[in-house]
Design a protein around this ligand. Structure first.
Ligand code: UDP
Length: 367
């Protein structure tokens, strides 16, 4: 609080995901979210330390951040377990190591940001002396997580931020949610004025991402589908290949952002077909940053990010014919409008301004 009053930046500790090192892809969208968040805070004059799994790498835009690491076994992802599942912490787990270190070092910081969708850090909120706030990275996937998130909301609603309204609507909150969106470095995404007659899809290759719908629509429209992403679920990926005509999917692998965006820009339309309440959908905005209009289901974050006629077109959830029609509408849009919408709403600068407002409120209310 004193630092705020004196006009100094905040000293922020960002505690990363306990699934994979930053740069491995195993953390999904949280990895890029962390990079945008750190670069955005540094850009506004805050001092940032990142606590993450050993082997983590931060992009050059985060070079001024201090990186601390801990080793341990990954947490299992919540999204692949039944809703009634119990909290699980593996032997020699990374998660408690991260939070033990955060506990020991907390006095050096004005505020801590948790990026992990895990029970332990939410439960710890009340016991930390330095205010601990959470950027919630998924919607509702397990009852025990709903309960711990809702308990923080009931105690100190300002300690939670969400990526979209659609995501926050999964939880019972006492006050309107703080919606942060997300932020990406415009210089990392090259605008591509024209696309080839090819469709694009990107994300973890996992059932909740619904790649099979994109593949079926691509076949229906007679267009090739290029796919980027980590094959998180090999069985699902193999079953999917058998369900569509051979060669329908052009697997491009998991690429680092510079190469990923260069290939993505060449597509005419980007498809996003989640089967769950996607919290945000980084890939949707990354595609727009390259100039791609997006055809998506009106569900979750993508349903909120896609603005019909401006940056893409929407279809009713799980309606394949509707999605094919949305692809055709999206293909006719001006690609400059997509890039412009991205710059206005989800550039790092736009994101950092929202982020700073959130953190300042957390620090003020904790004083
Ligand atoms: N991604 C990547 N390289 C690829 C394909 C995807 O770095 O070849 C990244 C992409 O930039 C995005 C993440 O994978 O940040 C997927 O995040 P999203 O929010 O779309 O979904 P999540 O995995 O968090 O459910």
């Amino acid at each position: 609080m004193d630092r705020l009053r004196q006009g100094h930046g905040l000293r922020v500790l960002v505690v990363s995901t306990p699934i994979g090192s930053l740069g491995s892809g195993r953390g999904g969208g949280v990895e890029l979210t962390a990079a945008g968040l750190v670069a955005g805070l540094l850009g506004r004059g805050h001092a940032v330390t990142v606590l993450a799994a050993a082997g983590s790498v931060l992009p050059p835009a985060c070079a001024a951040a201090r990186l601390w690491s801990e080793s341990g076994v990954d947490q299992p992802g919540w999204q692949h377990r039944p809703a009634s599942t119990a909290v699980e912490i593996p032997r020699q787990a990374l998660l408690p190591c991260l939070w033990q270190r955060a506990w020991q070092e907390q006095a050096q910081f004005d505020v801590l940001i948790n990026l992990a969708y895990d029970w332990l850090p939410f439960w710890l909120s009340r016991w930390f002396q330095t205010p601990l706030c959470h950027l919630v990275s998924m919607g509702s996937v397990a009852q025990v997580m709903d309960e711990v998130i809702e308990a923080v909301a009931a105690w100190r609603p300002e300690r939670l931020a969400f990526h979209t309204k659609a995501q926050a609507a999964d939880f019972s909150l006492p006050a309107p949610p703080f919606v942060l969106g997300n932020g990406f470095d415009p210089d990392q995404y090259q605008f591509c004025a024209e696309g080839e007659p090819v469709l694009g899809w990107a994300g973890r290759i996992s059932p909740e991402k619904g790649l099979e719908d994109a593949a079926r629509v691509a076949v229906q429209l007679g267009l090739p589908l290029r796919v980027w992403g980590l094959r998180e679920d090999e069985d699902y990926a193999r079953a999917l290949e058998l369900a569509v005509p051979p060669g329908s999917i052009d697997w491009r692998g998991f690429l680092a952002t510079p190469q990923f965006q260069a290939e993505l820009g060449a597509c005419r339309v980007f498809l996003n077909t989640p089967k769950w309440n996607e919290a945000f959908g980084n890939v949707v905005v990354e595609a727009m940053a390259c100039g791609l209009p997006v055809a998506a289901y009106a569900r979750g974050g993508p349903g909120e990010l896609v603005r019909e006629g401006i940056n893409g077109a929407l279809a009713a959830p799980d309606d394949l014919d509707g999605l094919a029609a949305a692809v055709e509408r999206a293909a006719g849009l001006d690609r400059r409008g997509c890039r412009h919408w991205f710059l206005q709403h989800h550039s790092i600068d736009a994101f950092a301004a929202r982020l700073e407002a959130w953190l300042e409120q957390v620090v003020r209310l904790a004083a």
